[in-house]
Design a protein around this ligand. Sequence first.
Ligand code: ZN
Length: 482
Amino acid sequence: MAIAFESLYSDIAGRCGKLTVGRKTIKTPALLPVINPHLNLVTPKEIRGMGVEAIITNAYIFSQSKQYREQALLEGLHKVLDFDGVIMTDSGSFQLSVYGQVSVSNIETLSFQRDIQSDIWVPLDIPTSPASDRKTTERELAITMERLAEARETFGPDAPLAGPVQGGIFPDLREEAGKAVADLGFPFCPVGAVVPLMEQYRYRDLVTVVMAAKRTLPRSACVHLFGAGHPSMFALTTAMGCDLFDSAAYALYAKEGRYMTTHGSYKLAELTELPCACGVCRTHSAEEIRSSPQRERLLALHNLHVTIAEIARIRQAIVDGTLWELVDERCRGHPQLLAGYRLLTSEAPALDRVDRVSKRRFFYRGDESCTRTEVIRYQEMLARFRPGENVLVAFDGGAREGFDEIYLFKPPFGPFPKELKETFPIGQSEIPEWDEAMVRQGCRGIRALADSHPESTITIGCSRRWESIVRQEVSGCGVLTE
Ligand SMILES: [Zn+2]
């Protein structure tokens, strides 16, 4: 019954892995489409046919349903929903957050989730709104943690329990919650109550709270970003180490006539073309979907296709070591996503500890690339080099008299001995014509080399064009210009 997670490939803090639940295994990152048995635009069986291995549904809806309650208790969820993959159930915390209260206790909902044969059970946590003040957040977190402890105690260490990490908008509370959930031994940890942040495009806050939770969760924990359903933010959140997403968005957007793409959504009413390769879009015109009685279903199918394809693209990027490039591409779809991405690159020193050492390539995509993990890691590595006594860092690669060693220069990384010319990242990085941001960052590399080797005298040979940046960033070193 127990839940186990294994990471097979990683890039930044993102992982391609294997989540095992009882005898079932799913590939991660994964999308769990949200199924509401009362409004099935797309059936679980169709979703399974699209390659989806896991879905999520709401135990509270089943427990309150005259139509489904007894059937689910008798036959089990898999039979009722006609889905043979992994089924996760949410407890009803969502209803709690919307309506203020639910008429079931923690143990009751968990027993019910067990009795309907759910594969992953979620205790009745309290999803504290980001608008809540610190006192409220602390109080609600304490209740959540009591309920998680009660769940472990009642159902034992092998029960397939999720341990949600709450803590509202406060990074230290998210850290504390992550640690407490880890101490209780939960291998499956949703980061909860982030939907309002995403709805309000507060991606900086999203990065802050997810990074805080990740700081204290063990690397072995499978992390589910609760309620994250828009494909435009999957790459960013995967890069932080989120493994699972659940999406009601495909259906909710369809109901509102919204057509998803990986860089945002369009109103179907405004589309004259359908810029997508899925079956729906290649067999219908925008006008045909608009006027079809099946409009919501067709849109839901398209939205699901786009969402699932993005997950596949992310998995490939992780295997290839090109996730930063994908994050960069996606985060240009909205200024607030870009803000979240910029905050994430400022966390590069923390991410650097988990990022892989070698990748297929480094594509420079503008200022944001300057503080990527590969650059930070390279510049930290400079302290371990053994430069000679009198070193020239030659921007143009040309030798000059009077030096016992020549280093070359590749921005945004910095100085390198020519033996490293073919190795990652120097040899596998593609950069366009030098710009100020990358040269400035590269100069920080020279400074790192100089600071860590006071016994060496370092001189920089550059053209007049870069002289002032070099003097600003590497004061104290000699500069030669031609
Ligand atoms: Zn489509």
